[in-house]
Ligand binder design. Structure first.
Ligand code: DGJ
Length: 727
């Protein structure tokens, strides 16, 4: 009784003071130019707005909610896609989340908001989290789900984020592909119904489709005008993004881990944390959104995003499995002569009982192959260092060939279907069960031992060449087999975290067959990714174009390889190959002996030049000018230093053109009122591709009038350096 009186007194007091206003709780999450607003009406949290920053929300409480709940649940009147489906301990499948409280804190540039919700009847909770990065206009959203019910709760859906929009029409751009054909862009108008972007592959999750999307309103997405929202799920596992246009022409996006065959048994007090959905809004078209994400990634989400990336020569396309120490040293001689900074030894260096001489055997046996490398790794490191290069090495620690000592010694560590079903092989290999802490330890130790035995190894290329497929774990409880997809990704992340902690100064590359681990989760623990095994510069124009819509050029490894290209057979000049690779983190992947004297000379000067200009490419803002997807067969892009005093312009001609047709370029991002000197660089001969080479021109003209670049043949290119002119 006493307690009751106290509570009601407090209520009356709050009511009289006007604090008790459940009609209009407003939660305003914002960045410099965007707002995500929720309002709480009758204890239910609804999204009110995501888009342009609202300067005033006066009168908002008078409107009725237009969008679904912030985190729509199953069993609560929702007929659209939902964020959560749970079977509670008492068997009910209804969840009804009501607002409890929220808090907002500012920590420097980052505003952190938490909205705490509880089921109306049961001790079942969902907290929505948001980090809003003010200067970069980026937000990250995720949810934590937990309960205090007296038995387990079964989760069948557990989204990271739900966003609602209202426009006249919606255009979705997504990024599909396959091996050697990754990150192809396709744009489509959304019509009523649900469009799903997803993967169910578990590993190499971004090879066929990336968890990134662009939503444009009322028109196709344009580079420099119009409202767009970019989103990308930071998760190295199965994902699902649904885009629903409902009967009121609203668009609702639900994104998160793919719930496909992934029911999750949530123990009492266990916290289920969803991955982050990273979003940015731009009212100035796509380019601004890409710049937002690149700046954000370099500052908050890419390992050592503020450090220059060295130039790599990787042994794969130059030697494949066919090498010994002499062959590698000969490659190193050429690499050093050209100015390469790290030599990376790729696949094929390990296995003795089952030597790794092809993709058929040895994977899992991480001892140096004595026949190929009798003097061991240190001998190679010594040689690299004598040549003033660092040394890096390839691993594929999550995988095993059946023909290996590991497979014979630890068959229980392999992901497998029970009851003796035949294992489904991909590239002759199987996957280790990273849900198992012993396997996590083993994977960790492979790298740990390599790096502690050979502390001068500077770079690890981390490959992963198959999907899950043989679904089943000997470690997971029978009732929790469906946790495999999620626990695998978590297990991998835990190894990444430990390695990052122990080896803060090593460089890591996420490879995964090329393009298989291009996501904002892997990126937190790695310095770069390998976007594709396709090293044909023509193909790379498209792959890098798509990739760099979300992921920054500094992390985009791009290698100059041999011509004709090993994947496509296409012939290209060394210059064209360099000009494409220099738009990302430049590297090489060939046997220098295969280059003629004149080519070595060209490579040497291109590498020297890249060293000078790479701060602009790696830390600058990227502006897309002409898209390779456009039908005119030209592509161009410019990078600008943060203070806008220096820029690098790349122009490519990749198709056949009509006789009089030339590329016409309007640069972007310069200062209109400043003068700039424009100079062609990385030239093959003396002749320039512009008439006004080395002349001083205003930023205004370079951007708004534009100029002709004399490229006419397919697979020709030119690079220009633009420097602010000071008298
Ligand atoms: C796939 C990778 O993408 C290649 O770069 C190379 O490392 C091979 N695997 C090696 O097996």
């Amino acid at each position: 009784m006493k307690r009751y009186i106290k509570k009601s007194q407090v209520f009356i007091l709050l009511f009289c003071l006007g604090f008790w206003n459940i009609q209009a709780q407003v939660i305003h999450i914002n960045t410099e130019n965007s707002s995500l607003i929720y309002h709480v009406i009758e204890n239910k949290v609804h999204q009110f707005h995501y888009g342009k920053k609202l300067q005033s929300i006066a009168g908002m409480e008078k409107l009725t909610p237009f969008f679904n709940e912030a985190y729509p649940s199953f069993g609560n009147g929702n007929s659209d896609e939902v964020a959560i489906i749970a079977t509670h301990a008492d068997g009910t499948m209804a969840t009804d989340l009501v607002y409890q409280s929220h808090k907002q804190e500012m920590e420097g540039n980052v505003q952190h908001t938490t909205i705490h919700m509880k089921d109306r009847k049961l001790p079942f909770y969902v907290d929505l989290h948001f980090k809003a990065y003010q200067n970069e206009d980026v937000m990250a959203q995720w949810a934590t789900i937990y309960h205090k019910e007296n038995n387990v709760v079964r989760l069948e859906q557990f989204a990271s984020s739900v966003l609602g929009f209202k426009a006249e029409s919606y255009y979705l751009t997504h990024f599909y592909g396959s091996w050697a054909h990754e990150m192809r862009m396709v744009e489509e108008k959304l019509t009523n119904g649900v469009k799903i972007i997803e993967t169910k592959r578990g590993v190499r999750t971004t090879e066929y489709e990336n968890p990134s999307f662009i939503l444009s309103f009322n028109q196709k997405a344009a580079e420099n005008y119009g409202e767009v929202v970019f989103g990308s799920l930071a998760w190295t596992g199965n994902y699902r993004l649904s885009f629903q246009i409902d009967d009121q022409e609203r668009c609702q996006i639900v994104g998160g881990i793919n719930p496909f065959a992934s029911d999750y048994i949530l123990e009492t007090n266990e916290i289920f944390k969803t991955p982050r959905m990273v979003i940015t809004y731009s009212s100035e078209g796509k380019n601004r959104a890409s710049i937002n994400l690149h700046r954000w990634a370099r500052k908050y989400n890419l390992r050592d995003g503020d450090k220059i990336r060295p130039i790599v020569l990787n042994s794969w396309e130059g030697a494949y499995f066919d090498f010994d120490a002499n062959r590698l040293k000969e490659i190193m001689d050429g690499a050093a002569e050209m100015g390469v900074e790290i030599f990376v030894l790729d696949d094929g260096w390990f296995g003795n009982k089952y030597p790794r001489n092809s993709a058929k055997a040895g994977l899992g046996d991480w001892q140096v192959n004595k026949k190929k490398l009798p003097e061991g790794i240190d001998d190679l490191i010594d040689y690299a260092e004598e040549k003033k290069m660092k040394f890096g090495i390839w691993v594929e620690p999550e995988m095993v060939n059946p023909k290996s000592e590991l497979a014979k010694n630890h068959p229980e560590w392999i992901i497998q279907r029970k009851n003796d079903r035949d294992p489904l092989l991909v590239r002759n290999q199987l996957l280790l069960d990273l849900t198992n802490p012993k396997v996590q330890e083993f994977v960790y130790e492979i790298i740990d031992q390599l790096l502690s035995k050979h502390p001068r190894i500077a770079y690890i290329k981390w490959d992963a060449n198959r999907h899950i497929q043989n679904f089943g774990s000997t470690y997971l409880d029978n009732k929790k087999q469906s946790h495999l997809w999620i626990e695998y990704a978590r297990g991998l992340e835990s190894v990444f975290i430990r390695l990052q902690k122990k080896y803060p100064n090593k460089i890591f590359q996420a490879c995964s067959s090329g393009g298989g681990r291009v996501d904002f989760s892997s990126m937190k623990y790695t310095h770069e990714f390998w976007p594709s095994d396709n090293t044909d510069p023509y193909e790379r124009l498209f792959i890098q174009w798509g990739t760099n819509h979300f992921y920054p050029p500094i992390a985009t490894a791009s290698h100059v390889t041999k011509s004709p290209n090993h994947q496509t057979g296409r012939q290209t000049s060394l210059k064209f190959r360099f000009d494409v690779a220099m738009g990302g983190r430049l590297g090489m992947e060939l046997r220098p002996e295969d280059l003629e004297h004149g080519q070595i000379k060209f490579a040497k000067s291109a590498i020297k030049l890249y060293k000078e200009i790479r701060p602009i490419i790696q830390f600058g803002d990227m502006y897309r000018i002409q898209s390779p997807y456009d039908t005119d067969g030209f592509a161009s892009i410019n990078y600008i230093s943060p203070d806008k005093s220096e820029a690098i312009l790349f122009v490519y001609s990749h198709e056949f053109h009509r006789r009089m047709e030339r590329s016409y370029v309007k640069m972007k991002g310069l200062l209109e009122n400043e003068l700039y000197e424009i100079k062609e660089i990385n030239k093959e001969g003396k002749k320039s591709h512009i008439k006004f080479d080395k002349q001083i021109i205003s930023g205004d003209i370079l951007m708004n009038t534009g100029f002709k670049v004399n490229l006419k043949k397919p697979l020709e290119s030119a690079i220009f350096k633009i420097v602010k002119h000071t008298e």
